[in-house]
Write a protein that binds this ligand. Structure first.
Ligand code: SDX
Length: 436
C-alpha cells in the first residue's frame, strides 16, 4: 500500500462568516503547494467552487510531473525528451508501473509477461461482427475493452494485488491487438494474430498492415517512430481521461470497465480526439493562403471554431511532446520520401503565424501533442479515424499506473464532488388538471 509523502508546510487562513479557519498546507517534491480543504465543509458549512478543476489537486501522485510554464514533462523523474531519445515504449511501461527503469532481468520478465498476453479470447472476434464496418474505431474500442471483464473474470478482483497485476499486463498487451482488429474490421481485411517473436510496436504494425497473401516486413525506422510516439502519449498527470479512470476506479469498478471509461473520455475533440480534429482542420484549410481566414475565425468570440492541436490547460509554453512529435514527423516523412506534404506545409506555416499573433501569444496558446501527430500517423498509413485509438493504446499504461496508485492508496475513497445548487426551491406537486 502507498503511504502519503506530502510534507506539512504551515497553514492558510480562510476568514468567513466572522470565523477564521486554519487550513493545513502541504508541499510535494515539485510544483505548487496544496491547501487541504477536506474538513472545510464539516467545519465551515461551505464548499469550494472550481468547475473544470483549474485550481484543484485531486490526488497525490508519484508518477508524472508537468511544469506548464517551463514546458517540463517527467515520467517518474525522467524528462520526456531523454526517454524519447533513449528508451522504448515497453521499458517506459515498466517505468510508469513500477517507478524505476528495469534491469535486464526485470525487463526480460516484464516483456515475456506482456508478450504472452497479446492474444484475445477467440470469442472477442465475434464481438466485432456486431458492429457496422464503418463504425468509428473508438466506438469499437469502448465496447470491446469494456467487454474484456466478461472474459477475464480471474483478474477483476481489485483487492488482490496479483489480479491487479495480471489485469494491468492484459490491458497493456491486448490494446494493440484490439486496436489492430478495429482497424482491420474497418478496412474489411482479416484479423492478423500477434507473433511472439516481434517487439511490441513491430507486432502492432504487422497486425495492422500484414495481409495473408504476402510477407510483411516491418520498416524499422517507421516502427521506431511509432514506438517513440507511444512513449510521448503514455501518461500526462491528471488529465480528463485519467481523472475519469480514477473516478470510475474509486467506486471499485473492475479495471477493464475503468479503462473503457477512459477511452470514452479521451474520444472528445477537446482531448484525445484533437489529433483527428487537427488533421481534418489542416485538410479543411488545404493551402497556406487560406490560413489567415482560419486564424481570424479562431480569434472570433462568436465563432466556435478553434485551432485544433493548439492550447492546453496546463502548458502555457510549448508542449515538450509537440517538439518531439515534430522530430518524429520529419523522420517518418523523410523515410517515406514525402518531402512536399502539403499538410505539413500548412501546419508549419500555421504554427509560424499563430506563434506571432498577439491573440495566441497573450493567451499562451502553443501547439500541443496533437498538432503534428495527425500528419505523422496519416503518413504511417493509418486512417484519420484510427488516430485517437492509437492515443488510447499508448495511454492505457498511464491510465493503469494511475488506477493502481489510487487503489493502493489507503486513504482513497469514492470520488463524490458536490455542487452550487441554483435550481428552484422546494415546491408541491400540482395535479395535471390544475396546471395552466
Ligand atoms: C490533450 O490535459 C491534458 O494533459 C490533455 C493531453 C493529455 O496528454 O492527456 O495533453 C491531451 O487533450 C491536448 C489538448 C488537445 N485539444 C486541442 O488541441 C483542442 C483545441 N484546444 C482547446 O480546446 C483548449 O485549448 C483546451 C481544451 C486544450 C484547453 O482549454 P482550457 O484550458 O479550458 O482553456 P480555455 O478553453 O478556457 O481557453 C482559454 C482561452 C479562451 O479564450 P477566452 O475565453 O479567455 O477569451 O484561450 C482560447 C479560449 O477561447 N483558446 C483558443 C484555443 N484554445 C484556447 N482559441 C483558439 N484556438 C484554440 N485552440
Amino acid at each position: 500500500m502507498r503511504e502519503s509523502k506530502a510534507v506539512p508546510a504551515g497553514t492558510a487562513t480562510l476568514k468567513y462568516n466572522g470565523n477564521a479557519y486554519e487550513l493545513p498546507v502541504f508541499t510535494g517534491t515539485e510544483g505548487p503547494n496544496v491547501v487541504d480543504i477536506r474538513k472545510l465543509y464539516g467545519d465551515a458549512d461551505i464548499f469550494t467552487y472550481d468547475p473544470g478543476f483549474t485550481s484543484t489537486a485531486s490526488c497525490e501522485s508519484d508518477i508524472t510531473f508537468i511544469d506548464g510554464d517551463k514546458g517540463i514533462l517527467l515520467y517518474r523523474g525522467y524528462p520526456i525528451d531523454q526517454l524519447a531519445a533513449n528508451s522504448n515504449f515497453l521499458e517506459v511501461c515498466y517505468l510508469l508501473l513500477h517507478g524505476d527503469l528495469p534491469n535486464q532481468k526485470q525487463m526480460q520478465t516484464f516483456g515475456h509477461a506482456i508478450t504472452y498476453h497479446t492474444m484475445v479470447h477467440e470469442q472477442i472476434a465475434q464481438l466485432f461482427r456486431g458492429f457496422r464496418r464503418d463504425a468509428h474505431p473508438m466506438a469499437i474500442m469502448c465496447g470491446v475493452v469494456g467487454a474484456l471483464s466478461a472474459f477475464y473474470h480471474d483478474s477483476t478482483d481489485i483487492e488482490d494485488p496479483r489480479q491487479r497485476e495480471i489485469a494491468s499486463h492484459r490491458l497493456i498487451a491486448k490494446m494493440p491487438t484490439i486496436a489492430a482488429m478495429a482497424f482491420k474490421y474497418h478496412v474489411g481485411q482479416p484479423f492478423v494474430y500477434p507473433l511472439n517473436n516481434l517487439s511490441y510496436t513491430d507486432n502492432f504494425l504487422r497486425m495492422c498492415f500484414a495481409v495473408p497473401c504476402e510477407e510483411y516486413r516491418v520498416n524499422p525506422v517507421l516502427s521506431k517512430a511509432l514506438d517513440t510516439i507511444f512513449i510521448l502519449h503514455a501518461d500526462h498527470e491528471q488529465n480528463a481521461s485519467t481523472s475519469t479512470v480514477r473516478l470510475a476506479g474509486s467506486s471499485g469498478a473492475n479495471p477493464f470497465a475503468c479503462i473503457a471509461a477512459g477511452i470514452a473520455c479521451l474520444w472528445g475533440p477537446a482531448h484525445g480526439g484533437a489529433n483527428e480534429a487537427a488533421l481534418k482542420m489542416l485538410e479543411e484549410i488545404g493551402t497556406v493562403d487560406r490560413i489567415p481566414e482560419f486564424v481570424r475565425r479562431a480569434k472570433d468570440k462568436n465563432d466556435s471554431f478553434r485551432l485544433m492541436g493548439f492550447g492546453h490547460r496546463v502548458y502555457k509554453n510549448y508542449d515538450p511532446r509537440a517538439k518531439a512529435m515534430q522530430v518524429q514527423c520529419h523522420a517518418v516523412l523523410d523515410e517515406l520520401g514525402v518531402h512536399d506534404d502539403p499538410l505539413l506545409k500548412v501546419a508549419m506555416e500555421l504554427e509560424r503565424i499563430a506563434l506571432q499573433d498577439e491573440y495566441f501569444v497573450d493567451k499562451k496558446l502553443y501547439p500541443n501533442i496533437d498538432f503534428y501527430s495527425g500528419i505523422t500517423l496519416k503518413a504511417l498509413g493509418f486512417p484519420t479515424s484510427m488516430f485517437t485509438a492509437l492515443f488510447a493504446l499508448a495511454r492505457t499504461v498511464g491510465w493503469i499506473a494511475q488506477w493502481k496508485e489510487m487503489i493502493e492508496d489507503p486513504h482513497q475513497k469514492i470520488g463524490r464532488p458536490r455542487q452550487l445548487y441554483t435550481g428552484v426551491k422546494e415546491r408541491n406537486y400540482v395535479p395535471v388538471n390544475k396546471r395552466t
